[in-house]
Design a protein around this ligand. Structure first.
Ligand code: NAP
Length: 290
């Protein structure tokens, strides 16, 4: 069993670190807001540390799930960052959704220190993290991935290396691009059904069995019909992710017209106070327009 450190006990990190501790690894956690780290050790046992550097000291694996590019830089390279104490041969695994640019920057910084770095953003949301059913999209050196995979398998439904450093983050961008247009399409379909006076559950029971079916349709139609969004994947996070997708498309020449317009629709949802609402709240702005 390995000595593992986990940085960032948010909606995702809290249960992920818990699965590692429950599977027999020796886990030390760090969270910026100390109360969450205390709550974690009360729930799972294990150890907590005051800084990323202290948590990472002597660890074989340092797993991380914080917010955005700047947050990641801070916990890795900041004054009390993890890289300052990680030893030669240790491995950093980043589950945060960030740009491929910061990923490659940290990969290069890790090489200078003899540390391994695997980008490993996740999909599956809060439920996936709690039920150990995450999709994990990885980039980095093959030998580093091979070492990290058994650790990640503890909370994975599917875990794969897609290529060199940054490939995991690029794959996560594909995931978000596919979801953005789909949620807008689903919102328009359900909104149209409401305007036409159809019975939504009846409509979905038929069309979800054919080509229109999707995870979003099966898992979100009911809450969308009930105008409930106080759960799930927050609009603020989605805008962060779409911003990364659009900036990357600017660099690689990809054309993302639907992604760009859906990003603007989410901006309107934020302006309505919906930054923490689930991404299915796109339907709300259609209802508001009628
Ligand atoms: P969250 O609940 O907001 O938690 C964020 C965590 O990062 C908290 O522990 C926070 O500490 C920590 N953090 C943020 N900035 C920091 C900094 N500068 N220094 C130290 N710690 C910092 O977020 P989440 O939902 O777990 O999401 C985490 C990441 O996973 C994001 O990149 C998100 O896009 C991605 N993701 C989320 C989901 C989802 O459904 N939620 C699904 C897939 C991917 P504090 O407690 O002190 O604030």
């Amino acid at each position: 069993m390995a000595k593992v450190s986990f940085l960032g006990l948010g909606v995702m990190g809290f249960p992920m670190a818990g699965h590692l501790q429950n599977s027999g690894h020796s886990v030390t956690v760090y969270n910026r807001t100390k109360a969450k780290a205390e709550s974690w050790t009360n729930t799972y046992g294990g150890h907590m540390a005051d800084t990323p550097a202290k948590a990472a000291d002597g660890a074989d694996f340092v797993m991380c799930c914080v917010g955005n590019d700047d947050d990641l830089r801070q916990v890795v390279l900041g004054e009390s960052g993890a890289f300052s104490t990680m030893s030669d041969g240790a491995l950093f695994v980043d589950h945060t959704t960030v740009s491929a640019k910061v990923t490659r920057e940290l990969y290069e910084a890790s090489k200078i220190r003899g540390i391994g770095f695997v980008d490993a953003p996740v999909s599956g949301g809060q439920a996936g993290a709690e039920n150990a059913q995450l999709g994990i999209m990885c980039g980095g050196d093959q030998d580093d991935y091979d070492k990290a995979e058994p650790i990640m398998q503890v909370y994975a439904k599917a875990c794969r290396r897609l290529g060199p450093s940054g490939a995991g983050q690029l794959t996560k961008m594909v995931n978000q691009i596919c979801i953005a247009g789909l949620v807008q399409g689903l919102s328009e379909g359900l909104h149209f059904a409401e305007q036409a006076g159809l019975d939504i559950p009846e409509v979905v029971s038929v069309i979800s069995q054919g080509a229109a079916g999707s995870w979003q349709m099966s898992n979100r139609f009911e809450t969308m019909a009930n105008d409930e969004y106080d759960f799930g994947f927050a609009v603020d996070w989605m805008r962060k992710d779409l911003g990364i997708c659009l900036a990357t498309a600017n660099e690689n020449g990809a054309s993302l017209p639907v992604t760009a317009i859906v990003d603007q629709f989410y901006k309107e949802v934020q302006a309505q106070g919906g930054g923490r609402w689930d991404t299915s709240s796109l339907i709300k702005r259609l209802r508001n327009a009628t």
